[in-house]
Ligand binder design. Structure first.
Ligand code: NAD
Length: 391
């Protein structure tokens, strides 16, 4: 048995078709009277905002509908100014990982602003952050994709001033959503490309959790159970988005993938995808689809024994196979899903220019996440070779 040191967060999770109807009751129970909603215009157009307005009534003080992919700093500043103006006491992120990430970033920015009085600043200075700190301005997450941010203490903000755009990710226990409401009905019209791309993002959480250098028994169990659910349902959700039973099981898969991700360090794949998305604007699901099979093969020699059990979980005929052969089967299956769901397979298809590859490789090499990869990444050139293989 390997030793481990992990942090698990206090979160309330509500799961079920129609679960979002309980939002008003839960906010009233917790005394949230000045609530902000962060989302996109898409969510309103799809009818997801109206029930939240109805549930919260006068307690929904402000809605910020300008969330953009990869959480640009400008949007965080705009939304944080609104949070301050309305003195909000809870922030809902409704939508994909970008809406939930924006809600987390705004919660942290607004809280920092509230502490600006000298006495509070001094108290904050004296406070040594603990991994189980609770937020003062809680986030409520209502996901409509499979990206998994609703379960994690991580958020990224993309900074564009002074040089190329850079996405900076922060792990902060006070950013963990206090309440997550999973309602599979909100995923019924997730379009096939978004279903596929955010589904592969959930697969990536499970894969990198399995071989994480900080894996623990719970992250491993969640990752394998997540892959089992995803393998059974992702192709079904892609083929028939209105299949509520498949959507519900796939959302369970996303919950398990997010749970696995929440307590471990990610590796090369996640670090590289953050750089690709933050600097070039590539959609997160697209970057995941292109890179995951390549990174899995790159890591295979160091991770086969951790990945091999995924073969059985994914329903592949792996009984009696050597771990490296079973792990290669898993990588092959991921590549097949990418192809079958018509996701991009080459870096050149996701809006990256060839002349950007050296700079992207250097940024990725400097990333802490990449340095946490189970197989050591020794140079930016090694990453560039990987990107060129996927070019
Ligand atoms: P996204 O949030 O950027 O959304 C992409 C598009 O999908 C948007 O236009 C959105 O309006 C639309 N959309 C969302 N739900 C929909 C629905 N049900 N129906 C129709 N359209 C819908 O995409 P994403 O892949 O969910 O999130 C990616 C972002 O989340 C990235 O910034 C990534 O870094 C971050 N992320 C963070 C974590 C974490 O742990 N913090 C985990 C995964 C991803």
């Amino acid at each position: 048995m390997d030793a481990f040191h992990s942090t698990f967060h206090a979160q309330e999770v509500l799961f079920g078709a129609g679960a979002v109807a309980r939002l008003g009751e839960l906010c009233a129970r917790d005394g949230y009277r000045r609530v902000m909603l962060c989302t996109t215009a898409h969510s309103r157009a799809r009818g997801y905002v109206a029930p939240i307005e109805a549930a919260l009534g006068e307690h929904l003080l402000v809605t910020y509908e300008h969330v953009l992919p990869h959480v640009p700093e400008l949007q965080v500043a705009e939304a944080a100014a609104l949070a301050a103006e309305h003195q909000v006491d809870a922030i809902i992120g409704l939508g994909g990982g970008s809406s939930i990430g924006t809600a987390k970033a705004v919660s942290r920015a607004w809280e920092a602003r509230r502490r600006k009085s000298p006495a509070q600043a001094q108290a904050q200075h004296a406070h040594v952050p603990s991994p189980i700190d609770q937020p003062l301005v809680p986030v409520i997450a209502i996901p409509t994709t499979y990206a998994g941010s609703e379960m994690t203490p991580v958020y990224g903000i993309t900074y564009s001033a002074n040089g190329p755009a850079r996405k900076v990710t922060t792990t902060d226990p006070q950013a963990v959503p206090r309440l997550t409401i999973y309602d599979p009905r909100l995923t019924l019209d997730l379009p096939p490309p978004m279903t596929a791309g955010t589904g592969i993002n959930a697969v990536a959480h499970c894969i990198e959790a399995l071989y994480s250098i900080t894996r623990n028994p719970l992250s491993t169990a969640a990752a394998l159970a997540g892959l089992r659910a995803i393998a059974r349902t992702l192709p079904r959700c892609y083929a028939a988005g209105d299949d509520l039973e498949a959507r519900a099981e796939m959302l369970v898969g996303a919950f398990l993938a997010g749970t696995a991700l929440a307590s471990v360090a990610m590796g090369l794949h996640h670090g590289l995808c953050h750089v690709l998305g933050g600097t070039t604007g590539a959609a997160h699901g697209d970057a995941n689809s292109v890179m995951l099979p390549h990174v899995m093969r790159f890591n295979l020699e160091a991770t086969a024994s951790q990945i091999a059990p995924a073969a059985e979980a994914m329903g592949l005929a792996a009984a009696g196979l050597r771990p490296d052969v079973a792990a290669a089967l898993v990588a092959h299956q991921v590549a097949e899903w990418v192809e079958q769901m018509r996701l991009p397979r080459r870096v050149r298809e996701i809006g990256v220019r060839e002349e950007q590859l050296p700079e992207l490789s250097a940024l990725a090499f400097a990333s802490r996440t990449v340095q946490n990869n189970p197989k050591p990444v020794d140079s930016a050139e090694q990453i560039e070779a990987l990107l060129r293989a996927a070019w």
